[in-house]
Design a protein around this ligand. Structure first.
Ligand SMILES: [Zn+2]
Length: 335
């Protein structure tokens, strides 16, 4: 039987249910956790976060994957509380959101060192706890893949192969190169989602087809960042899109027969730690996007695949690949 790591320990694949694969309890830029105003706001944070996740649970949602990497608001003991109170499974991540959010301490580390860091967080625990990561986050820096990004990608591929967890990426810019890096490290592309393929940045519907054809997943995972929600006081963020335009893009891939290569999620921050956000919640996946898909003729079987079957197959830990385990083991011996 398959299993997936959550903040409350590993669970069976069958317990995942309706899953949003790219979400955040609270994301902020490195250092946000040292800003005293978030500590003052703690009761409010908890209230807002619990309300949003309870709503998701009421609508049938059972699991979120928190895509906050190391040093950007990740807080597993807080998430354990949130998970216990709301009944929503929370899958935590190792890795970094992108090279430009890597804390200075880690910036000059080798691929081997970074692979071992991720391996440790997946097999032993995060930040001195026994909470094990269930996936790895990597991403593209502003301006395109940097040398540091590439080191993080290669390290993530090695740790993913050695542990059997999947990888989610931030941004679809340089998507072909992202896939090349994983393949060069021997990782099967069905363990990878190229994220934010529906965001305004780096939009390239042709690339979506290349991702699907190479066997990776296309991340339509900024659902709900709609330009229509912007106001003069709080404009929509620069990656927002008109709601119908995003839907057109998704339907083009589905109509070509690739719905089984898609991931859908909201990238909503329950409580953004100083990070830009519209009024946005993971519940929109079920309250707005699924009805939008149905109105375009997507059948119930496909909806079930998108919400349950694909996330379950993707998240379930695979058997470790011996060659990559050896690489990670050798790295461990060097530290
Ligand atoms: Zn995200």
């Amino acid at each position: 039987m398959g299993k997936v790591n959550t903040v409350l320990g590993p669970i069976a694949t069958e317990q995942l249910g309706i899953t949003a694969l790219h979400e955040h309890i609270g994301f902020g830029l490195p250092g946000c956790d040292l800003d005293t105003k978030w500590w003052e706001a703690r009761p409010k944070m908890l209230e807002v976060t619990i309300d949003k996740l309870r709503r998701f649970r009421e609508l049938g949602g059972q699991t979120i994957v928190d895509c906050t990497g190391i040093g950007t608001g990740r807080d597993v003991s807080y998430w354990q509380l949130v998970s216990r109170v709301t009944g929503v499974n929370i899958v935590p991540m190792t890795g970094f959101v992108s090279g430009d959010t890597v804390l200075p301490y880690f910036r000059d580390k080798s691929i081997e060192y970074l692979a071992d860091l991720f391996y440790h967080e997946i097999t032993v625990g995060i930040e001195g706890t026994n909470v094990k990561a269930g996936a790895i986050k990597v991403g593209v820096s502003r301006g395109g893949l940097s040398e540091l990004d590439e080191r993080v990608y290669r390290a993530a591929a090695r740790a993913a192969g050695a542990t059997g967890v999947p990888i989610l990426t931030h941004l679809s810019i340089n998507g072909d190169r992202q896939m090349d890096l994983f393949e060069m490290e021997g990782l099967s592309l069905d363990r990878v989602v190229i994220g934010h393929s529906d965001g305004k940045e780096g939009l390239d519907p042709e690339r979506d087809f290349r991702i699907a054809k190479r066997g990776a997943y296309v991340g339509y995972d900024t659902i709900g960042f709609d330009t229509e929600k912007g106001t003069p006081e709080v404009p929509a963020p620069f990656w927002a899109r008109p709601r119908g335009e995003r839907l057109d893009q998704v339907m083009d891939l589905f109509n070509a027969g690739y719905a089984n290569r898609a991931i859908i999620s909201c990238d909503a921050n329950c409580f953004p730690l100083g990070w830009a956000s519209t009024e946005h919640s993971v519940s929109e996946l079920l309250e707005i996007f699924v009805p939008d898909l149905k109105a375009r003729g997507v059948d119930d079987e496909t909806i079930k695949m998108l919400l349950i079957d694909t996330p379950a197959r993707f998240l379930t830990m695979r058997d470790p690949q011996p060659k990559l385990v050896k690489a990670a083991g050798e790295a461990a011996a060097q530290v």
